[in-house]
Design a protein around this ligand. Sequence first.
Ligand SMILES: [Zn+2]
Length: 178
Amino acid sequence: MRPVPETFPVSQDFGGGATAGVAPSPDPNSGIAYLVYLYGNYQPLGHAGRDIACPIGTPVRAMAGGTVLWADWATNLPGDDSWVGWASRWFLYKRFPGICSVIQHPWGIGVYAHLSDNNMAPAGMKVREGQVIGLSGNTKAIGPAEYVGAHLHVEALIDLGYSNANGLIYGRTDPAQF
Ligand SMILES: [Zn+2]
């Protein structure tokens, strides 16, 4: 199921906004070129999930039943910059997802990012489809200069082999199908 109601629109789709080869621009009206200016080549192959614009505090619901694997600031995620380190944190950047929930669903791993409150369904907890697992927000790394704009970022990680083949981006597929 959709983690927030249909009334909230998709603001960036899976695979959109590839930053590879985009020259940075300090002009705030230059779209992705400005984001590359701010954040560097942050999604070279395109957006790893789906963004849904929604106000801070919107209840976020589990797309399917499962078990919570992580529920905290992503800056606290484990692992170094080796392949093993990246795999141990589900190929998540530590500075990007802010407060995030990672849930093992039957079809793979769901990531719910930029949440506003880390008083949420804790790691180890079993959740039902539709259960509220946190509140949406605009967190990135800690600090107001790092905020990303209010939205929910949702990912579906189905291939821990980190393959980019067959449309997969960083082991992800389009979460819309779930
Ligand atoms: Zn996103």
